[in-house]
Ligand binder design. Sequence first.
Ligand code: SF4
Length: 332
Amino acid sequence: MADERINEAFDPDAILEVRNIRKCFPIKKTFTGKVTQELVAVDNVSFKLYPGETLGIVGESGCGKTTLGRTILKLHPATSGQIIFEGQDITNLKSSEMREIRKKMQIIFQDPYSSLPPRLTVGGILSEPVKVHKIVPDNLTKQYVLDLMEKCGLRDYYYERYPHEFSGGQRQRICIARALSVKPKLVICDEPVSALDVSIQAQIINLLKQMQKDLNLTYVFISHDLSVVKFISDKIGVMYLGSMVEFGSKTDIFDNPLHPYTKALFSAIPQPDPDVKMERIVLKGDIPSPANPPKGCRFHTRCPHAMDICKEVPPEYKDYGNGHCAACHLLD
Ligand code: SF4
Protein backbone atom coordinates (compact mmCIF):
# COMPACT_ATOMS: atom_id res chain seq x y z
CA MET A 1 0.00 0.00 0.00
CA ALA A 2 2.77 2.45 0.98
CA ASP A 3 4.76 1.76 -2.21
CA GLU A 4 1.69 2.20 -4.42
CA ARG A 5 0.92 5.59 -2.87
CA ILE A 6 4.50 6.83 -3.21
CA ASN A 7 4.05 6.68 -7.00
CA GLU A 8 0.62 8.35 -6.95
CA ALA A 9 0.50 11.88 -8.41
CA PHE A 10 0.39 14.70 -5.85
CA ASP A 11 -2.94 16.49 -5.43
CA PRO A 12 -2.21 19.93 -6.99
CA ASP A 13 -4.87 21.62 -4.83
CA ALA A 14 -3.66 20.27 -1.47
CA ILE A 15 -1.28 22.45 0.54
CA LEU A 16 -0.22 19.47 2.67
CA GLU A 17 -0.35 15.79 1.88
CA VAL A 18 0.92 13.26 4.39
CA ARG A 19 1.33 9.73 3.02
CA ASN A 20 1.86 6.69 5.22
CA ILE A 21 4.09 8.65 7.57
CA ARG A 22 5.90 6.63 10.23
CA LYS A 23 8.14 7.87 13.01
CA CYS A 24 10.07 5.44 15.20
CA PHE A 25 12.48 6.24 18.03
CA PRO A 26 15.16 3.71 19.02
CA ILE A 27 14.89 2.72 22.68
CA LYS A 28 17.41 -0.14 22.86
CA LYS A 29 20.67 -0.60 20.97
CA THR A 30 23.46 -3.17 21.07
CA PHE A 31 27.02 -1.95 21.75
CA THR A 32 27.56 -1.93 17.95
CA GLY A 33 24.69 0.53 17.60
CA LYS A 34 22.16 -1.90 16.10
CA VAL A 35 18.61 -0.99 17.15
CA THR A 36 16.98 -3.92 18.96
CA GLN A 37 13.80 -2.20 20.16
CA GLU A 38 12.01 0.85 18.91
CA LEU A 39 9.03 2.92 19.87
CA VAL A 40 6.60 3.55 17.02
CA ALA A 41 5.27 7.02 17.86
CA VAL A 42 3.44 7.59 14.55
CA ASP A 43 2.37 4.65 12.43
CA ASN A 44 1.21 4.87 8.82
CA VAL A 45 -0.71 8.17 9.05
CA SER A 46 -2.11 9.70 5.84
CA PHE A 47 -4.27 12.75 5.12
CA LYS A 48 -4.68 15.77 2.83
CA LEU A 49 -5.28 19.37 3.78
CA TYR A 50 -6.38 22.22 1.50
CA PRO A 51 -5.54 25.96 1.87
CA GLY A 52 -7.58 27.72 4.54
CA GLU A 53 -8.63 24.50 6.29
CA THR A 54 -8.09 23.51 9.91
CA LEU A 55 -7.38 19.91 10.80
CA GLY A 56 -7.95 19.09 14.46
CA ILE A 57 -5.89 16.17 15.77
CA VAL A 58 -7.30 14.63 18.95
CA GLY A 59 -6.41 11.73 21.20
CA GLU A 60 -5.17 10.94 24.69
CA SER A 61 -1.72 12.02 25.94
CA GLY A 62 0.95 9.84 24.38
CA CYS A 63 -1.07 8.98 21.25
CA GLY A 64 1.54 10.57 18.95
CA LYS A 65 -0.24 13.79 17.97
CA THR A 66 2.64 16.10 18.93
CA THR A 67 5.18 13.81 17.23
CA LEU A 68 3.03 13.85 14.10
CA GLY A 69 3.03 17.68 14.10
CA ARG A 70 6.79 17.84 14.58
CA THR A 71 7.41 15.21 11.92
CA ILE A 72 5.34 17.22 9.41
CA LEU A 73 7.58 20.21 10.16
CA LYS A 74 10.65 17.96 9.87
CA LEU A 75 11.73 18.81 13.41
CA HIS A 76 11.94 14.97 13.63
CA PRO A 77 12.98 13.19 10.42
CA ALA A 78 10.28 10.74 9.27
CA THR A 79 11.29 7.07 9.41
CA SER A 80 9.27 6.35 6.25
CA GLY A 81 6.42 7.81 4.20
CA GLN A 82 6.11 11.12 2.38
CA ILE A 83 5.36 14.73 3.34
CA ILE A 84 4.26 16.82 0.37
CA PHE A 85 3.99 20.57 0.89
CA GLU A 86 2.64 22.77 -1.92
CA GLY A 87 3.17 19.94 -4.42
CA GLN A 88 6.81 19.34 -3.41
CA ASP A 89 8.03 16.21 -1.66
CA ILE A 90 9.98 17.64 1.31
CA THR A 91 10.53 14.35 3.15
CA ASN A 92 14.21 14.03 2.36
CA LEU A 93 15.22 17.66 1.83
CA LYS A 94 18.42 18.79 3.58
CA SER A 95 18.33 21.58 6.20
CA SER A 96 19.75 24.08 3.69
CA GLU A 97 17.04 23.16 1.16
CA MET A 98 14.38 23.47 3.89
CA ARG A 99 15.32 27.08 4.71
CA GLU A 100 12.95 28.70 2.20
CA ILE A 101 10.17 26.22 2.97
CA ARG A 102 10.54 26.50 6.73
CA LYS A 103 9.30 30.09 6.82
CA LYS A 104 6.05 28.88 5.20
CA MET A 105 5.57 26.25 7.93
CA GLN A 106 5.48 27.55 11.50
CA ILE A 107 4.61 26.18 14.93
CA ILE A 108 2.95 27.61 18.03
CA PHE A 109 3.97 25.69 21.14
CA GLN A 110 1.88 24.69 24.12
CA ASP A 111 3.83 26.52 26.78
CA PRO A 112 4.06 30.29 26.18
CA TYR A 113 6.29 30.60 29.28
CA SER A 114 9.24 28.53 28.03
CA SER A 115 8.95 29.21 24.30
CA LEU A 116 10.03 32.87 24.42
CA PRO A 117 13.70 33.90 24.94
CA PRO A 118 13.79 35.76 28.31
CA ARG A 119 16.63 38.15 27.38
CA LEU A 120 15.03 39.64 24.28
CA THR A 121 12.35 42.33 24.22
CA VAL A 122 9.11 41.68 22.34
CA GLY A 123 10.45 43.90 19.55
CA GLY A 124 13.66 41.83 19.39
CA ILE A 125 11.76 38.52 19.40
CA LEU A 126 9.48 39.59 16.54
CA SER A 127 12.14 41.43 14.50
CA GLU A 128 14.64 38.56 14.42
CA PRO A 129 12.75 36.16 12.08
CA VAL A 130 11.66 39.11 9.90
CA LYS A 131 15.32 40.08 9.38
CA VAL A 132 16.62 36.50 8.99
CA HIS A 133 14.06 35.69 6.30
CA LYS A 134 14.22 39.20 4.75
CA ILE A 135 10.45 39.61 4.88
CA VAL A 136 10.68 43.43 4.50
CA PRO A 137 13.66 45.81 3.97
CA ASP A 138 15.56 46.40 7.23
CA ASN A 139 14.43 50.05 7.52
CA LEU A 140 10.76 48.94 7.50
CA THR A 141 11.13 46.10 10.03
CA LYS A 142 10.05 48.08 13.10
CA GLN A 143 6.87 49.37 11.46
CA TYR A 144 6.10 45.87 10.12
CA VAL A 145 6.48 44.43 13.65
CA LEU A 146 4.33 47.18 15.21
CA ASP A 147 1.56 46.52 12.64
CA LEU A 148 1.75 42.79 13.38
CA MET A 149 1.56 43.44 17.13
CA GLU A 150 -1.57 45.54 16.62
CA LYS A 151 -3.22 42.74 14.59
CA CYS A 152 -2.41 40.29 17.38
CA GLY A 153 -3.88 42.53 20.10
CA LEU A 154 -0.54 43.73 21.53
CA ARG A 155 -0.06 47.41 22.46
CA ASP A 156 2.78 49.27 20.72
CA TYR A 157 4.57 50.06 24.03
CA TYR A 158 5.02 46.32 24.63
CA TYR A 159 7.76 46.55 21.96
CA GLU A 160 10.38 47.43 24.58
CA ARG A 161 9.16 45.01 27.25
CA TYR A 162 10.45 41.56 28.19
CA PRO A 163 8.45 38.27 28.22
CA HIS A 164 8.43 37.99 32.05
CA GLU A 165 6.34 41.19 32.20
CA PHE A 166 3.37 39.48 30.51
CA SER A 167 0.57 37.12 31.47
CA GLY A 168 0.13 33.70 29.80
CA GLY A 169 -2.47 34.97 27.32
CA GLN A 170 -0.32 37.94 26.26
CA ARG A 171 2.71 35.68 25.89
CA GLN A 172 0.72 33.35 23.64
CA ARG A 173 -0.25 36.40 21.54
CA ILE A 174 3.50 37.16 21.20
CA CYS A 175 4.10 33.52 20.14
CA ILE A 176 1.32 33.81 17.54
CA ALA A 177 2.78 37.10 16.27
CA ARG A 178 6.23 35.47 16.04
CA ALA A 179 4.84 32.53 14.03
CA LEU A 180 2.96 34.88 11.69
CA SER A 181 5.86 37.34 11.30
CA VAL A 182 7.35 35.34 8.41
CA LYS A 183 4.04 35.14 6.49
CA PRO A 184 3.57 31.36 6.81
CA LYS A 185 0.97 29.32 4.93
CA LEU A 186 0.76 26.38 7.34
CA VAL A 187 0.81 26.69 11.13
CA ILE A 188 1.01 23.71 13.49
CA CYS A 189 -0.75 24.75 16.70
CA ASP A 190 0.44 22.30 19.36
CA GLU A 191 -2.03 22.57 22.27
CA PRO A 192 -1.83 26.39 22.03
CA VAL A 193 -4.46 27.09 24.69
CA SER A 194 -4.14 24.21 27.14
CA ALA A 195 -1.81 26.15 29.47
CA LEU A 196 -4.20 29.14 29.63
CA ASP A 197 -7.23 30.06 31.74
CA VAL A 198 -10.59 29.26 30.11
CA SER A 199 -11.49 32.95 29.60
CA ILE A 200 -8.14 33.60 27.89
CA GLN A 201 -8.48 30.44 25.77
CA ALA A 202 -11.50 31.93 23.99
CA GLN A 203 -9.58 35.13 23.15
CA ILE A 204 -6.64 33.19 21.70
CA ILE A 205 -8.91 30.86 19.69
CA ASN A 206 -10.77 33.88 18.29
CA LEU A 207 -7.44 35.53 17.41
CA LEU A 208 -6.30 32.36 15.58
CA LYS A 209 -9.61 32.25 13.68
CA GLN A 210 -9.40 35.92 12.73
CA MET A 211 -5.80 35.54 11.52
CA GLN A 212 -6.78 32.48 9.50
CA LYS A 213 -9.54 34.47 7.81
CA ASP A 214 -7.32 37.50 7.13
CA LEU A 215 -4.27 35.58 5.90
CA ASN A 216 -5.86 32.38 4.46
CA LEU A 217 -3.79 30.26 6.85
CA THR A 218 -4.00 26.48 7.09
CA TYR A 219 -3.84 25.03 10.60
CA VAL A 220 -3.06 21.64 12.06
CA PHE A 221 -4.58 22.10 15.52
CA ILE A 222 -3.41 19.54 18.07
CA SER A 223 -5.47 19.35 21.23
CA HIS A 224 -7.02 17.00 23.75
CA ASP A 225 -9.88 19.49 24.33
CA LEU A 226 -12.69 18.26 22.08
CA SER A 227 -14.87 21.34 22.57
CA VAL A 228 -12.07 23.61 21.32
CA VAL A 229 -11.35 21.28 18.39
CA LYS A 230 -15.04 21.22 17.47
CA PHE A 231 -15.13 25.02 17.43
CA ILE A 232 -12.05 25.61 15.29
CA SER A 233 -11.73 22.59 12.95
CA ASP A 234 -13.04 21.74 9.48
CA LYS A 235 -11.64 18.20 9.54
CA ILE A 236 -10.77 15.97 12.47
CA GLY A 237 -8.30 13.13 12.86
CA VAL A 238 -8.55 10.83 15.89
CA MET A 239 -5.30 9.16 16.95
CA TYR A 240 -4.78 6.17 19.20
CA LEU A 241 -1.37 4.72 20.03
CA GLY A 242 0.34 6.28 17.02
CA SER A 243 -2.33 5.38 14.43
CA MET A 244 -5.08 7.45 12.87
CA VAL A 245 -8.19 5.42 13.78
CA GLU A 246 -10.74 7.83 12.25
CA PHE A 247 -10.59 10.85 9.98
CA GLY A 248 -13.27 12.99 8.33
CA SER A 249 -15.11 16.28 8.19
CA LYS A 250 -16.09 17.82 11.53
CA THR A 251 -19.77 17.13 10.79
CA ASP A 252 -19.17 13.47 9.93
CA ILE A 253 -16.95 12.86 12.95
CA PHE A 254 -19.19 14.59 15.51
CA ASP A 255 -22.58 13.57 14.10
CA ASN A 256 -21.70 10.07 13.00
CA PRO A 257 -18.56 8.76 14.73
CA LEU A 258 -17.71 5.27 13.43
CA HIS A 259 -14.86 4.05 15.60
CA PRO A 260 -15.52 2.81 19.18
CA TYR A 261 -12.60 4.93 20.45
CA THR A 262 -14.03 8.11 18.90
CA LYS A 263 -17.44 7.30 20.41
CA ALA A 264 -15.86 6.84 23.85
CA LEU A 265 -13.91 10.11 23.56
CA PHE A 266 -16.98 12.09 22.48
CA SER A 267 -19.17 10.59 25.20
CA ALA A 268 -16.94 12.44 27.70
CA ILE A 269 -17.71 15.94 26.28
CA PRO A 270 -19.77 17.89 28.87
CA GLN A 271 -23.23 18.86 27.57
CA PRO A 272 -24.34 22.45 28.28
CA ASP A 273 -28.03 21.41 28.04
CA PRO A 274 -29.06 19.55 31.26
CA ASP A 275 -31.97 17.90 29.39
CA VAL A 276 -29.62 16.19 26.94
CA LYS A 277 -28.54 12.89 28.46
CA MET A 278 -25.32 11.42 27.06
CA GLU A 279 -24.42 7.83 27.79
CA ARG A 280 -20.83 7.97 29.05
CA ILE A 281 -18.58 5.20 27.71
CA VAL A 282 -15.86 4.60 30.27
CA LEU A 283 -12.77 2.91 28.85
CA LYS A 284 -11.15 0.38 31.13
CA GLY A 285 -7.41 0.38 31.77
CA ASP A 286 -4.63 2.64 30.60
CA ILE A 287 -3.37 3.24 27.10
CA PRO A 288 -0.77 0.47 26.39
CA SER A 289 2.90 1.34 25.93
CA PRO A 290 3.77 2.37 22.35
CA ALA A 291 7.06 0.48 22.90
CA ASN A 292 5.06 -2.72 23.15
CA PRO A 293 1.72 -2.19 21.36
CA PRO A 294 -0.90 -4.97 21.38
CA LYS A 295 -1.15 -7.30 18.38
CA GLY A 296 -4.12 -6.96 16.00
CA CYS A 297 -6.22 -3.85 16.64
CA ARG A 298 -4.23 -1.67 19.03
CA PHE A 299 -7.43 -0.64 20.79
CA HIS A 300 -8.60 -4.20 21.53
CA THR A 301 -7.34 -4.21 25.15
CA ARG A 302 -9.82 -1.41 25.98
CA CYS A 303 -12.53 -1.76 23.35
CA PRO A 304 -16.01 -2.69 24.68
CA HIS A 305 -16.78 -4.42 21.33
CA ALA A 306 -13.54 -6.40 20.90
CA MET A 307 -13.95 -9.72 19.05
CA ASP A 308 -11.52 -12.63 18.58
CA ILE A 309 -10.37 -11.32 15.19
CA CYS A 310 -9.44 -7.97 16.79
CA LYS A 311 -6.74 -9.68 18.88
CA GLU A 312 -4.99 -11.10 15.82
CA VAL A 313 -5.70 -9.05 12.68
CA PRO A 314 -5.17 -5.27 12.45
CA PRO A 315 -8.29 -3.66 10.90
CA GLU A 316 -7.90 -1.99 7.52
CA TYR A 317 -8.19 1.81 7.38
CA LYS A 318 -10.94 2.39 4.81
CA ASP A 319 -12.97 5.24 3.34
CA TYR A 320 -16.66 4.85 4.23
CA GLY A 321 -17.76 7.69 1.95
CA ASN A 322 -17.06 11.40 1.60
CA GLY A 323 -13.49 10.92 2.90
CA HIS A 324 -14.79 9.61 6.25
CA CYS A 325 -12.17 6.96 7.05
CA ALA A 326 -11.91 4.55 9.97
CA ALA A 327 -10.15 1.32 10.96
CA CYS A 328 -12.43 -1.16 12.73
CA HIS A 329 -13.55 -4.75 12.05
CA LEU A 330 -17.09 -3.85 13.18
CA LEU A 331 -17.47 -1.74 10.01
CA ASP A 332 -16.57 -4.55 7.57
FE1 SF4 B 1 -12.84 -2.60 18.79
FE2 SF4 B 1 -12.23 -4.62 17.20
FE3 SF4 B 1 -13.00 -2.30 16.16
FE4 SF4 B 1 -10.62 -2.55 17.31
S1 SF4 B 1 -11.31 -3.57 15.46
S2 SF4 B 1 -12.03 -0.88 17.58
S3 SF4 B 1 -11.08 -3.93 18.99
S4 SF4 B 1 -14.23 -3.68 17.45
